[in-house]
Design a protein around this ligand. Sequence first.
Ligand SMILES: [Zn+2]
Length: 281
Amino acid sequence: MRTCKLAALLLCLALLPSCQVHQPAGSSGADPAREQKAYSSGYETGYREGYAQGLDGRPDVGDTSQPGDVPPPSDSDGSRFVMISETVPDAILEIRYYSTYNFVGERIDGYQAPVALLTREAAEALKEVSDELAEQGYRLKIYDAYRPQSAVEHFKRWAADLEDVSMKEYFYPDLDKSVLFSQGYISSKSGHSRGSTVDVTLFDMNTGKELDMGGTFDWFGPRSHPNFTGLTEEQAANRKLLRDTMLAHGFKGINTEWWHFTLKNEPYPDTYFDFSVTLLP
Ligand SMILES: [Zn+2]
């Protein structure tokens, strides 16, 4: 069985463009230089307003349960994890923590395949979002979904190594790495580990590009706040379209990251899973 899954994974990687990770023409892809250039014009104004507490799933805390090596729930639990690619086939996947284009600069622990997992409940709600947006010419683009605790531990090790600033220019050029913990950018637990949180943006099928959200995924700073005041009208409208549609189908956002949404009625509100992100049977 294990050999069979490994063979499937290797086949998937060999067929990457047509398998789990789609990189449509015009998308920002995983090229740091191109990514930076695409948004560089938006970073000059209003940025230095002070950093928010509690950015993203990284510091998304609030309960006191202990992380551990919790296996994925089985079907008999009445809930389980599914691959977004199966429940929401229109979704485009760009799994940053499987790639090296993320704030750490290397593949993150616990990401064994370029897939996105969610609880069945969250994935079905996301399907409703996708269907509504498809009527308007948009597709969802997924950066991350379920995130194992081992990945969060990797973030913590990276944050403690103040000399490793290899990706600073792309994700935190104006921030001293030493403040990542104190300012809430990195924390010991993530809501993503509960399995019903997704990091997502919108892809315009007419232009073949991501919508301009006025900021990039995992940017450490106020520009990532959904209501950041330095946006153009178009950028603000694009963020509003994503947020309004997600909220209309049962998700809630946070006030520090425009791309981060959690299913309000998440099935495992107190469980922080630690099984790896890999192909599901
Ligand atoms: Zn997130």
